[in-house]
Design a protein. Sequence first.
Lengths: 188, 346, 380
Amino acid sequence: MDLKKRVEECLGPENLIVAMTECQGDLSVEVPKRSILDVMHLLRDTPDLSFNFLSDLLGMDNLDLYKAKKKPKKKAEGEAVEEEEPKEKGPLPPRFEVVYLLLCLERNERLQVKVRVPEDDMEVDSLNSMWKASDWPEREVFDMYGIRFKGHPNLKRLLMWDEFPAHPLRKDYPLEGQGEERHLVYEE
Amino acid sequence: MDDWLIAIIKVVCIWVWVLLIAVVMTWVERRGAGMMQDRPGPNRAGPFGLFQPIADGIKLFTKEEIIPLKAQKYLYILGPLLFSLPAFSAYAVVPFGDKIILGGKEIILQVSDVNIGFLFILAIGSMAVYGVILGGWGSTNKYSILGGLRSTAQMVSYEVPLGLALLAVVFVYGTFSLREISLAQQGTFLGILPNWGIFKQPLGFILFIVASYAEANRVPFDLPEAESEIVAGYHTEYGSMRLGLYLFGEYVNLVTISGVIVALYFGSWHIPYIDLGAYLGPVLWGIVSFCIFFLKVSFFLWLFVWVRWTLPRFRYDQVMGLGWRALIPLALFNIFITALFIQLTV
Amino acid sequence: MNQATSQIGQEQELGELVTINIGPSHPSMHGTLRIITLTDGESIVKADPEIGYLHRGVEKLGESLTYHQFIPITDRLNYCSAIPNNVSYEMAVEKLMGIEVPEKAQLIRVIMMELARIADHQVCIGILGVDLGAFTPFFYLIIQREEIYEIFEWFNGARLTNTFGRIGGVDADLPDDFEERWEELKPNVRKANDETEKLLTHNRIWMDRTIGVSAFSAEDALNWGFTGPCLRACGVKRDLRKDEPYCMYDRFNFEVPVGKNGDVFDRYIVRMIEMEQSLRIIDQAYKLYKEMPADAPLMARVPKVIKPPAGEVYSALESPNGELGFFVKSDGSANPYRIRIRPPCYMVFQAFHDLVQGEMVADLIACLSSLNVIAGELDR
């Protein structure tokens, strides 16, 4: 059976599918944030799907996408519109995303599972209890975006130094950096 | 000439000669490495890179002598001395030829023929262990201490099979003196085999060679200096001439060990089946015996280089396991068999 | 200074455990990474790897460059074999845009990628030898790697970081004298591999040092996300060239070596066999290439300014280290919105504590060398 149908059959009955997209053959399923662990268990344990390999885990910041969406509206109105706070225009989709790339080793099928993370509740359940492969990728997502993972045994920064004050891969962090320096204190 | 003058001349000659060999060995090592690794090796400093040791020597001499702040000063300075001086002294009892008659006087080509022979070498060699441990401890550096400990344990452990193998030699020849053992290796036994130690003590020879590689800290037993694991072991914190003394002491050690192997097991200055001493005149025989001895020593020096660039190195527990669980029982077995043999044939 | 060291320092006060800090600058030639080891004598109680010393912000940089401008940056990820990185990225963008790469370009890509695979394995095995004290095989292998560099240089001018290929195909054809060079290189690589095997594989000391060291079970390896030679050494037959074929790999006949215990020896043998299989693949690819007409297209029809439609794809290929994947998200503009690089040795290195726990310090070095951890790929 087609992968899309199988995923719908598995996750659909529990109302776990928020959206499903397909791009150039890659199927992507968006699931609610609070039920990511259940979704993963279902995806792994259902014999029809058996996605038993976590290939990768990444974060995304969709801030620029929302800014870009506003521009065509202003042009269409043809008049100068004053700067409006995005909140006043109605709720935007959550700013951050965590994407999980799963793989079924036997059937060589891949699936992307997405979870949207709003800016005011940046905590997601960690997958460390299921796959130890999520150890460093989750640390890196925390390092780069600030999304915390509940239940991760060692959630520290990975690539930046431990006391680094910002989260570099966010869209509002400039490419040149903000001049943080690392002051090393040598003990006498 | 008085005897003491002759002795002084011999000491000076031997000192210079061993130093020269050690210096040339650095060149041989690097060119040999290049040859085995399909690359030229040093070829810039002089023809075939022959002046490379001089360049190295100048570099080491002219570098600044640094003592790390936290190092224990006297131990730090004493380490290299205790390591390299015994290496030179041990060569005093190794013969480098038969005798030569100059000006009516018969001079043996050996600095001093003491009757405790290689026992002296073993004793002096044990002093080198102090050099390693003082160097490692005095550097007050985690890696140096680790390296010093490893090296000390290794050297001490392998002295046992070394001594046991030599004990079997005593059984066969009845003397400790290297000169008398060398003299006894003339002629043949069993009709065709030369009287060389290797045929009388094959197992002993293998044990002695393996144990001496460990004593000299050469691959496959060179983990005290295992570069990629603990930087450079006990001589991490050393530079300039002190490091030079350590490295030099190593090469002099090699020369001494090769000399002992040749004297005990490889027939010293004898050629199989031909008794050259009877044909050549006394002066010529002195020179020829010296050349023969030196050729054999060079073969073993080349063997050290050859093995270094071929084999990987052991891990620490494997070294200890080999020494205690394999070599010592074999050495005891060797003694037992030798004693049995002598008892049955006498 | 660092939470990791202070944490280990506290543990150290409790017993007679010694903290050994390996790296970031270390004569062991693995790139800038740091392992803080807590040892009890010679055996390891805890090994905490720390990375980030070579972090260049490649993913952030990609968001401000165009799709073409990002190709040279992918070179510098796994700098021992740059070509699979380039091709992986190009394949991801081509997948996003729905471009079909012409066959001749695919064959050239295959030939170059397999040459890069041989080069990477040569370095890995050579360095494994050097770290264990066997200095000589390194030279035999490196000399052949220089010959491969010559081919790369003749192809597009760069030896190490070849910005190979373009989005949509390959920029130039193979050089005219490729056949002579290949016929000369092939037996030399085989000879160097033979000499290395003679020196190492049945050498008692080598076997003692590598068999049983950091053995890893297949379930653990899969749980930790291993791919590539490290996974195949554990006994799992998984190779993206066979399982999810790309670039005409389904037309070639080659074997996928699989080990048994997942120890250092198995990883070494798997890499040696893979080098031989790569030689076979290049032979077959070159034969197919010769049958192509001389004026077959090398590039698909690609617009000058690449603006993929909005969407996100993930595309992976089998690099010498494992599954090297690129997740590319486009928002319709000329700059990528998000590029994520899935480095194969990232997943392997995070399991380092499990790999070496209980082993000795000397084994740690052997294990680290056998994983082929490349800092450029780890930190991006």
